[in-house]
Design a protein around this ligand. Sequence first.
Ligand code: NAI
Length: 460
Amino acid sequence: MGAGYVGGPTMAVIAANCPEIRVTVVDLNAAQIAAWNSSNLPIYEPGLQAVVESCRGKNLFFSTDIEKEIEEADIVFISVNTPTKTQGIGAGRAANIKNCELCARTIAKVSTSNKIVVEKSTVPVRTADAVRRVLSCNDKGLTFQVLSNPEFLAEGTAIDDLQRPSRVLIGGEETPGGQEAIQKLVSVYANWVPTAQIITTNLWSSELSKLVANAFLAQRVSSINSISALCESTGADVSEISRAIGSDPRIGPKFLQSSVGFGGSCFQKDILNLVYLCESYGLSECAEYWHQVIKINEYQKSRFTKKMVERMFNTATGKKIAVLGFAFKKDTGDTRETASAFVCRDLLAERAKIHVYDPQVKREQMMLEFDYTLNVNTTTEPDLEKLITTSSSAYDACDGAHAIAVLTEWDEFKTLDYQRIYEKMSKPAFIFDGRNIVNQAALRKIGFEVYAIGKPWPAE
Ligand code: NAI
């Protein structure tokens, strides 16, 4: 249930590795299902198209006939969205699990046989209790085993992550029925994942592990980002620090790249969820500790725009700014919580003229992001349509610009013809690299004024 960034790729990979299992992905959103059934899949993910095409119509199906498909299933994965609540108790922090509850109600209503129900969505710890109680309210004498099987894929590398996961985590009840259900799900993954990499735990450890994994990853990004600010003030270079500390095997090199801040649908939502859980259990110190990860991320995003404005002689009003990249990271079209949107918002507040180019994000998607994520209403904010231009290439976006902001680390931004770009820009031509991907020395040689996160600014 749920044909999104997780449901689509995970079920396609299960189907591809288990030809004897019939997999159907259902969703309430008919347009989403139609796209999964077309040659224009609703999400961009390297390698996804080939996997879907290899099994769609054989043992992989996409359907809106939710009730029929649920009734026929032995195992139901709940892969629906669990966004941060926007109102009511816990607004701005707690995860909204209404979609999970709705799925459980549908399963209880339409089932005519016992089933295993798998939480694949990221949920607050103890959600399985709620799901189990809703499922048990059926008057047909059916039993349901609830398992937790959180997904650790990262967008942009989803297919590879699913084909070669570092681990699969399955939590279940510590009863014979629970253990039997765990083994059934283990046997599905064992078709392609070595069993030593399939970890089984109790339900609550599994649910909580997903939140903790995201909190630890985001914490590393915020930690290195906090150091990037110190580097800019002292002449140290954050990339050199990453290399120096990352080669210590106790620290490791991953997730130590400084940037304009993390985005995506998961990190912020899941840490806020963890913060809320800590608060709910009266653990205010623990809540405050994790909340700092979010605060540093906010600081990093606003610090970047502030530096841009400062460097451009304290005014961006009326200036053309080329924004390269709008997706929250490369190799995805996903824009949820993207740092780029926050930088654009702050530049718009300065009344800059923004020209955005992203190889995978369409204009409508950008406007939706401003509408929903940033509370900038494109229908009531009359200037917005005029202030934001979407360009069909990086060269168009940069033509005549006062400054370039590199906000997504797409590979193509590393190899642009910056000489050509420089010649058509207003001077002095600024480039603000929010991902540390451009060759600063080469750009300075061309004549650019380059600002990169956590890098020393050359003497003026
Ligand atoms: P998504 O928003 O892309 O997809 C969710 C889908 O569920 C939507 O198409 C929606 O129409 C559908 N849906 C909602 N309620 C439904 C219902 N009652 N019946 C049938 N379909 C329903 O969300 P995404 O990104 O796939 O995330 C799903 C879950 O997986 C979330 O809990 C998220 O935190 C978690 N997750 C996401 C990852 C990511 O990288 N996006 C990675 C790991 C976990």
